[in-house]
Design a protein. Structure first.
Length: 217
């Protein structure tokens, strides 16, 4: 009887070891796929930036730079999740800090985003949508929300709530534009992505400046 029990325990141990080995192999494959996706996104982002610098048309340059920043935001999300300890959670605060610094460097026009942040964690499944929303609103504030001749400036505030987060981005421009001027491609992206993460988007006249407020449910 003792021999049967020992054999059963040995078999159970081997089964557990085999399952653990299979799980580790699956994790390694997932990390490799994520790593390749991150590298591919970085290559696309670099190509877009190079194309924007070689384009002779200002409008084309602006469109390519905007697309570069969108791809860069997604690449940053992949990198952060890949390097993080918990694949199901995303540090939104760290992303904001690092991506806003990257945006300022890429623009090269003296742009600056002043940050007022607290620690905020969100579900990794919401990370890409939240990152793109923040990217679009920041670019819109820096591109369209500064007085003529002034260096682009924006203020970004991130707060944690019982149900998620509240983000506000305020520019230094003339204030709330007509509704027709708030229906551009970038802001359309913001509204669509906000719906995906059950968030609301509102625009307020900050006098001076326009304040965009995103609140997740």
């Amino acid at each position: 009887m003792s021999e049967i029990s020992e054999n059963r325990q040995s078999g159970d141990g081997q089964t557990i070891a085999a399952l653990q080995a299979a799980l580790e192999r699956e994790r390694a494959r997932t990390r490799e796929v994520d790593h390749r996706a991150k590298n591919s996104l970085q290559i696309v982002s670099s190509l877009l930036l190079l194309m924007s610098r070689r384009s002779p048309q200002a409008e084309t340059q602006q469109a390519l730079k905007a697309m570069h920043q969108r791809v860069a935001a997604i690449a940053a999300v992949h990198h952060q999740i890949l390097e993080g300890e918990n694949p199901d959670s995303f540090d939104l605060t760290s992303f904001v800090r690092e991506h806003m610094a990257a945006v300022a460097r890429t623009r090269g026009d003296g742009a600056a985003v002043r940050l007022d942040l607290v620690p905020v964690q969100i579900a990794a499944s919401q990370a890409c949508a939240a990152a793109l929303i923040i990217n679009e609103l920041a670019l819109n504030a820096l591109t369209h929300g500064s007085p003529a001749g002034a260096e682009p400036r924006a203020d970004l505030v991130l707060r944690s709530t019982a149900t998620g987060f509240v983000l506000s981005i305020q520019d230094q421009g003339p204030g709330l534009p007509p509704a027709a001027d708030r229906a551009g491609f970038g802001l359309t992206i913001v509204k669509v992505l906000a719906q995906q993460i059950s968030a609301t988007v509102a625009f307020e006249d900050a006098r001076p400046g326009l304040r965009a407020v995103v609140a997740s449910a």
